[in-house]
Design a protein around this ligand. Structure first.
Ligand code: SAM
Length: 391
């Protein structure tokens, strides 16, 4: 994710992810209200794939307030991401610690949670900003596909918008001689079912590892709450019953792939340079996720849902209207959001100068695709919302 807090940073451009996270608030509130506290009242929470944006800190506040309202004594919050993550920006954004919140201070009303709401269906109450930190914070760099914590040391594990990132691309997807070579596109998409299948195997192996490691790290009865991108169809193609096959998983990827086509058409890059670039993201199906949970057999399912994309269900009507009526603003917001997430990968592959042109084309491709209704956002991809309890 783009570091820092500048124009293209993840910190400033993670509103799409923030819409998705808002869905978790009521679920977490409920889960925390019913959580059986350990004897000493001390709670340890870990957020896997935290990045460096405000989403993560808002989330930490919400969860901590919930646990205090439920009688927790102290909260230790761990922020995990790859060691290349911009932990500095994350920790610099944190307000100072206020230990007064420990013990029996239950004066905070869990229903007044400070939701970050720029684009969502906000209420005035929800916009209140918290300028104090009520949890002890620590960074834990490393891949979440590995062990990261001692046994039975955590009570709540979270991961939002991260588990669709697979740790590596399969060799066949990058091998020109293979039928799984991901020619003609940069996301793992409908064009090539074999590439999708190969990435599905990497996802399966690693998602199982994630589950097994977290089951060991969680105390008995601990909770695992996950939110990540998935797809509606179990087929290795992106056909949906009664609909023609889609080239792309979603609206954003369509504009994205069209922008690569533009660069090739303009003679700025050749097709081979595009074909050798792949984004290591896999949209799992319900079958993939169920298989991993069943095979590992370390968690009980409390909730397992695939939902429509939050961008189509959680965006406020005012924001939708102002975006759809203002293609330029829409183009800027969408292209900046994608740059914040994937920009670094593009810059490494084609260099900064071409990357700037690419993201200008991306903006233009969003401008000409501005949707008429928010339902246009729903295609093949959706969002998994999963709550598991450790056995
Ligand atoms: C889109 S960001 C999500 C950030 C935040 N959780 C949110 O919802 O806004 C995805 C994050 O997952 C991290 N990530 C991807 N693979 C990872 C891995 N194997 N281990 C730890 N973090 C990983 C990325 O570095 C990135 O910061």
């Amino acid at each position: 994710m783009a570091p820092g807090s500048g124009t293209h940073s993840y910190a400033l451009n993670s509103w799409v992810q923030s819409l998705a996270i808002q869905r978790l608030h009521p679920i977490l509130r409920d889960a925390i209200n019913h959580f059986k506290l350990p004897r000493d009242g001390n709670i340890r929470v870990a957020d896997f794939g935290c990045s460096s944006g405000a989403n993560t800190l808002t989330f930490a506040n919400i969860i901590s307030i919930g646990f205090f309202a439920n009688g927790a004594s102290e909260i230790q919050y761990f922020f995990n991401d790859l060691s290349t993550n911009d932990f500095n920006t994350l920790f610099q954004q944190m307000p100072p610690l206020n230990v007064r919140f420990g013990g029996n201070d239950n004066s905070f009303d869990v229903n007044s949670l400070p939701l970050k709401s720029g684009f969502g269906r906000s209420t005035k109450k929800a916009e209140r900003k918290i300028d104090t930190r009520i949890y002890y914070a620590a960074a834990v760099p490393g891949s979440f596909y590995e062990r990261l914590f001692p046994s039975s040391s955590l009570h709540l594990v979270l991961s939002t918008n991260s588990l669709h990132w697979i740790p590596h691309l399969p060799e066949v997807v990058q091998n020109k001689a293979s039928i799984a070579y991901n020619k003609g596109q940069t996301f793992i998409n409908a064009q090539n079912p074999k590439a999708l299948e190969a990435c599905g195997e990497v996802f399966q192996e690693n998602f199982q590892k994630f589950l097994v490691h977290r089951a060991i790290e969680l105390a008995p009865g601990g909770l695992l709450v996950l939110l990540f991108r998935g797809r509606w169809t179990n087929l290795p193609t992106l056909e949906i019953v009664d609909e023609p096959p889609h080239r792309c998983m979603d609206f954003g990827m369509e504009a994205w792939e069209a922008s690569w086509d533009d660069l090739i058409f303009e003679g700025l890059i050749n097709a081979e340079l595009r074909d050798s670039f792949n984004i290591p993201i896999y949209h799992a199906s319900m079958e993939d996720v169920r298989m991993a949970i069943d095979k590992t057999n370390v968690f009980v399912i409390q909730k397992l849902e695939l939902l429509k994309q939050a961008i189509s269900t959680e965006m406020s009507k005012e924001v939708q209207n102002s975006l759809f009526e203002n293609p330029n603003l829409y183009g800027d917001l969408m292209s900046n959001a994608m740059r914040a997430t994937f920009g670094e990968l593009v810059e490494v592959h084609i260099g900064l100068e071409l990357a700037n042109i690419f993201f200008q084309r991306l903006k233009e491709n969003f401008v000409i695709r501005v949707p008429k209704t928010n339902d246009a956002f729903n295609k093949v991809s959706g969002e998994f919302l999963i709550v598991l309890v450790s056995k």
